[in-house]
Design a protein around this ligand. Sequence first.
Ligand code: SAM
Length: 331
Amino acid sequence: MALFDLHKRRINYLSISVTDRCNLRCLYCVPDRNGPYLPQKEILCYEEILRVVTFAVREGITKLRVTGGEPLIRRGVVDLIDRLHRIPGLVEIGLTTNGILLKEFARPLYAAGVRRINISLDTLDPERFRRITRQGEIEDVFAGIAAAEAEGFQPIKLNMVVMKGVNDDEIPAFVHLAREYPYHVRFIEFMPTGTGSDPRQQFLPAARILERVRAHAEITLLEPHRYEGPAVRYRIEGGKGGLGIISPVSNHFCDSCNRLRLTSDGRLRSCLFSDREIHLKPALRNGRSGEVVDRQLKILFQQALHAKPAGHRIGPDSPARLSRTMAGIGG
Ligand code: SAM
């Protein structure tokens, strides 16, 4: 089976946010205050997530990404991943994490079938890390990355949101990291999502990021790779890792978007920047038989596919006004 949207894009990737809570409060992602969070009863339980994913895989989803909020703070998440991993037809399961708890979780996650791991890391400086995340200790992330490497995760991607005047002076340090370690550093344009930081002041387009990278390394553009998502990838000469640049703002990649997103409260979003959401919970909680639920899910997935816009219009001067924070959507 295969899923296609109205623009003939094949949709085979589902990201699942398992919680809207996070153990960091990054400036550009969430507001200063904690919460308000979704009430527990609104959050899909693991059986419901498994039901949706089993259906989605049968329909044509092959790749899954578990995200949040911070996915590792939801109790029992490794067990969920283990069960997701066993769904026949699922080719790949990845995790996006801030790495704070990864030291403890690297081994069980690997045992549960995760191989691809994205770790968000915007600075290598402890003080700056505390400032950007409002509360984190960078040593925890370093320990998490080391544990992931020791366990054999492949690839380990380090995602840095580049912000002018905040951390752009560290582009060379991240290039160095990709040269010396087997890490795939991804520079991500700062998306104007209306939270915290000032996009007009802090946005640095991919072209400028690339100039800075080229000033510090000899890099070669790699062919697009169908498994590597939206990053434009580069080999770094003499390097152990790799580099990539993701430009959701200056150079949209909507033509090749293959994703749907499931929020922790059970809504399908067909575009990161579109607030049109399809509610799955009523179908999941109506007490009907499995067959009926599957028929309803089929209709709801079709609605999400039909709602998937050809593209978005977000630019440095046209911020998104989203009903949720990025932590609420899953990034
Ligand atoms: N807690 C996990 C983490 O930190 O990776 C997963 C959730 S987080 C919302 C997913 C990704 O979204 C992170 O890499 C984060 O940097 C990114 N993100 C959040 N807000 C962003 C923004 N305004 N611009 C670019 N990336 C953003």
